[in-house]
Design a protein around this ligand. Structure first.
Ligand code: PPS
Length: 572
């Protein structure tokens, strides 16, 4: 095997000099501007600082086709991931080939200019199949491709003006050349990089120690802080966890640096891409684990890739990547020996106790506030995770009542609020239909568009309350199932969403007619009245359905309380 040595020489960046950048900034005021998406900002940062070397800009059509079809740029060099500037059709039509455009961040700060050499409509289904392995929206990057990315791609060389600004963990962010300079200064000739998007526990520490020992290399913990898999622990929490673990490593042999990469979860191709990126950052070795950058299950409930596909593809291209792979051993805890060992190397497995806590099990224990043993993780890491993810009984949540006007939503919601306030512990906000229409949606009527807007506003406020640990009780009619689902998705990022269908029949509501509105609706004096002259989609799978006829309000509210208890949201 060829001896790998870290490359100290700087790699090419796409930045112009400070003086030229100042000049360009002024000149660019007249250019057509593209506002970069968060993912494009991540891509641009690594394009400009050399992390994506040899790319000189967003891919041209020819390079794109080569990358999609056989992981190669038009000049033959290995590149597995399409780095593309997706834009809307309208924007694409507004630019001409050969034109320079300004690439701006979301505050309008100019980061780069790009000469548009290519504009095309990609075959997204093909891209999904070839790059991500299946045209299936259950894959986060395929979902992004179809449902978020613009229809048209623009390609062309980029001139870097400035790095995207980061306000967090500045001292821990390094460009490839900064890391190369660091390795040079420290005299590190071999460096093994560990890619991660998860908090580090004892098993990871053991495996990184082993990797460094095996490769006789220094260690770079290189976590991704750009974009990872939806639902991951946020990077702020993770970096605090990494900082805590870093104290457990010998300081002179290990470093940690944050990588502002937007991951695609593309398994094998992603592993090769990660390798090339680490090579650019001056590393010589790279740890590839089981199911590297795995996207989870496809829509049929199966894995997108085999557990070792990433290792296989990496191995095939190892020479060309220019980085040696250190393959991840699945580490498990052997109780009798009080240490971690590679699962496949335990010979006396029938005579020892092998312990392991999966990611799913860890999340369950955090959600339920259960013990996380010391053999599994570090107390500091567990403390950080518990702060971010308190047990469900301390998290915020939303109770969302839906039903006809006069069904009893408000009355039950009110009773529920009082009961929750009696218990105490979390602030409670009632977003009743009428209150919202007065304070948030006073200009709206009852067309489908207006009702949707009204419900989305309620959902937004409820999601903020939930995020901040409070209880939101919503009680609008919310007649459309798709809108309710959208609100559910907004809220479930932060806490539980409990849909309660107040199933009072339209006949009963009309019989009660508390506000006299049904009479007016029948007379045609109120148009688009839900249940009379406007639709109501009955919830198919609400967390709870309440029959109110012949049932006391108090009892209805109590049923909600019981539901919340059974979901672990409140303690009995
Ligand atoms: S929606 O569809 O969810 O936006 O409706 P919401 O904000 O809950 O408002 C419903 C209350 O407005 C009164 N109202 C009407 N309801 C339904 N259809 C029409 N056309 C209408 N016009 C006025 C009605 O009193 C509802 O109050 P609740 O508390 O539901 O009885």
């Amino acid at each position: 095997t060829k001896l790998m040595q870290s490359n100290f020489a700087p790699i090419p960046e796409l930045f112009v000099s400070y003086e030229s950048a100042q000049k360009l900034k002024v000149e660019a005021a007249d250019l057509t501007s593209h506002d970069l998406t968060p993912r494009q900002i991540c891509d641009l940062e690594l394009l400009m600082n050399g992390g994506f070397n040899p790319l000189k800009g967003f891919l041209s059509e020819e390079d794109y086709n080569g990358v999609v079809e056989n992981m190669r740029l038009a000049d033959g060099s290995l590149w597995p991931m399409p780095i593309t500037l997706d834009v809307s059709e309208d924007f694409a039509e507004s630019v001409e080939i050969g034109q320079d455009i300004a690439l701006r961040d979301q505050e309008g700060v100019i980061l780069a200019t790009m000469t548009v050499t290519d504009r095309w409509e990609p075959n997204k289904a093909r891209e999904a199949e070839k790059v991500f392995g299946a045209d299936d929206d259950a894959h986060p990057a395929v979902n992004y491709l179809h449902n978020q990315a613009g229809k048209i791609y623009l390609g062309g060389p980029v001139v870097g003006i400035q790095q995207p600004v980061h306000y967090d963990f500045k001292a821990r962010r390094d460009t490839p050349n900064e890391l190369r300079a660091y390795f040079r200064k420290m005299g590190w000739h071999k460096v093994v990089a560990f890619q991660t998007r998860n908090p580090l526990h004892r098993a990871h520490q053991e495996l990184t120690f082993r990797a460094a020992r095996e490769a006789e290399a220094n260690l770079l913990i290189h976590p991704v802080v750009g974009m990872t898999k939806p639902g991951d622990v946020d990077h702020f929490t993770r970096v605090r966890c990494y900082e805590a673990v870093l104290d457990q490593y010998p300081a002179s042999t290990t470093n940690m640096s944050l990588l502002n990469l937007a991951m695609r979860m593309a398994g094998p191709r992603e592993a090769v891409w990660h390798g090339l990126i680490r090579k650019n950052h001056g590393c010589t070795h790279f740890i590839v684990g089981r199911d590297h950058a795995g996207p989870g299950k496809n829509s049929a409930g199966e894995d997108f890739y085999g557990p070792y596909d990433a290792q296989d593809l990496f191995r095939t291209h190892e020479e060309e990547i220019g980085l040696k792979m250190v393959d991840f051993k699945h580490m498990v805890y052997v109780q009798e020996r009080a240490q971690y060992e590679p699962n496949d190397e335990i010979e006396d497995r029938d005579n020892v106790t092998i312990l392991n806590i999966s990611g799913t099990e860890l999340r369950r224990r955090l959600a339920e506030g259960l013990e996380i043993p010391e053999w599994f993780s570090f107390p500091e890491v567990v403390a950080e995770l518990r702060k971010t993810k308190p047990p469900r009984s301390k998290q915020g949540f939303t109770v969302f009542f839906t039903g006809f006007s006069g069904s009893g939503k408000s009355t039950i919601a009110n009773a529920l609020m009082v009961k929750l306030m009696e218990m105490g512990g979390r602030p409670v906000t009632l977003l009743d239909g009428d209150i919202v229409r007065k304070n948030l949606s006073s200009e709206l009527g009852f067309s489908k568009e207006h009702r949707d807007l009204n419900i989305r506003r309620i959902g937004y406020v409820a999601s903020e309350i939930t995020k901040n640990g409070g209880i939101a009780i919503c009680a609008p009619i919310a007649p459309y199932a798709t809108t309710r689902r959208a609100v559910r998705e907004d809220i479930e990022q932060f806490g539980a969403f409990v849909e309660v269908h107040v199933a009072t029949s339209i006949e009963e509501c009309e019989r009660r007619d508390r506000k006299g509105l049904y009479k007016l609706a029948r007379e045609g004096k109120i148009k688009e009245f839900t249940g009379i002259s406007d639709p109501y989609n009955v919830p198919e799978n609400p967390e709870l359905r309440l029959e109110t006829e012949n049932t006391e309000v108090d009892h209805c509210a109590h049923q909600v309380i019981l539901k919340l208890e059974s979901m672990g949201l409140i303690k009995a």
